[in-house]
Write a protein that binds this ligand. Structure first.
Ligand code: UDP
Ligand code: MG
Length: 331
């Protein structure tokens, strides 16, 4: 079997409620294009009936490939696995919950045919997201832009199309705390965006609670910036300078006045303030050291229990990047 033109990568975590509709909408949109395609569904350790449903779909459709993770490795690992195993000339990553309308893929493909190697979808309106999510996301991406040299486009998620060349480059980036949208910007190539209106989640609830969102944001910040570390240095300079002024004042009072200094309150305030700044700085350094430790361990980004579907049996996979998931031994 030769390689399909399109691979559609979908990360799936407890999405039993949306799977049938997702499959219907996705195949509908792709059939309309009249090109060959494969669907690469990554089951990220779902605890509901998602895998069962995926098995049923794969039995009836040779275009479907299902990567079943050994546990929940997270959204970013799931889309990485999909990109590793996709064989298409163009690879599209799309969320399972139909917030990213499959019909937009045709417009991404149009730009690809014009010669762009990465076409990301820009969220013009985010109907489905809460005010809290929209405003924190807006603030975060603007902050990220200020403190990194990588040009991460605003208001984009992981919904995008990548040319085979960009995918092969991306497969070489095996860092563990993954911020995929940043990595894709980092690789370069000809990139452009297409605006779309983000829908509401078709069914079910978000699989990104605040805890996961914060971890994701911190991974993005630390992967692409030393700003938090520099912040520790700057605050160190500021407090040291203030302390110096304080010393001059203390010496002056001691030598040239007769005032008795009660001094208790100022002592406590200084101790607490300095202690706080020191602990925050240590914490920031610790975050980076923890990430270095994770990288040094060199564990695979994900572990696959099995790959289901006809496509996996007949296809010769394209060469994986160095140190791809555990299904491929390290190069
Ligand atoms: N997802 C995943 N693993 C996770 C969390 C989420 O594969 O640990 C998938 C999820 O099934 C969906 C996509 O990532 O296809 C985006 O998640 P969701 O729509 O819940 O996030 P939101 O749109 O609310 O940010
Ligand atoms: Mg969603």
């Amino acid at each position: 079997m030769s390689h399909p033109v399109f691979s559609i990568v979908v990360p799936i975590y407890n999405e039993e409620e949306v799977l049938p509709e997702l499959y219907r909408r996705l195949t509908g949109a792709m059939d309309a294009q009249g090109e060959t395609y494969e669907l690469v569904f990554v089951n990220d350790g779902s605890r509901d009936r998602s895998l069962e449903l995926l098995r049923g779909l794969a039995d009836g459709d040779a275009r479907l490939k299902v990567i079943d993770f050994a546990r929940n490795f997270g959204h970013q690992a799931a889309i990485t696995a999909g990109m590793d195993l996709a064989t298409g000339d163009a690879v599209v990553v799309i969320d399972a919950d139909l917030q990213d309308p499959p019909e937009v893929i045709a417009r991404l493909a149009e730009k690809w045919r014009e010669g762009y190697e990465v076409v990301y979808a820009i969220r013009e309106k985010r109907q489905g997201d809460s005010l809290f999510k929209r405003s924190t996301a807006a603030a975060f991406y603007r902050l990220l832009r200020r403190v990194t040299s990588v040009d991460i486009p605003l208001d984009t998620g992981d919904f995008r199309l990548m040319d085979r060349r960009a995918i092969e480059a991306f497969k070489g980036l095996r860092e563990r705390h993954r911020f995929v949208r940043g990595l894709v910007s980092w690789i370069g190539f000809r990139q452009t965006g297409v605006a779309f209106v983000r829908d509401e989640r078709h069914a079910g609830v978000t699989k990104y609670p605040l805890r996961k969102m914060l971890k994701f944001a911190f991974d993005g910040l630390t992967s692409f910036s030393f700003a938090p570390l520099q912040l520790a240095t700057y605050s160190g300079f500021v407090t040291a300078f203030t302390a110096f002024l304080g010393i001059l004042w203390v010496v002056w009072v001691k030598l040239f006045t007769t005032e008795a200094l009660p001094g208790w309150a100022s002592q406590i305030v200084c101790t607490l303030l300095l202690g706080g700044i020191q602990l925050i700085s240590l914490g920031i350094i610790g975050e980076y050291i923890g990430r270095i430790y994770d990288e040094v361990k060199g564990r695979p980004l994900y572990i696959t229990r099995e790959i289901l579907g006809n496509a996996s049996r007949t296809d010769t996979p394209r060469a994986p990047g160095p140190g791809a998931g555990a299904t491929f031994p390290h190069a």
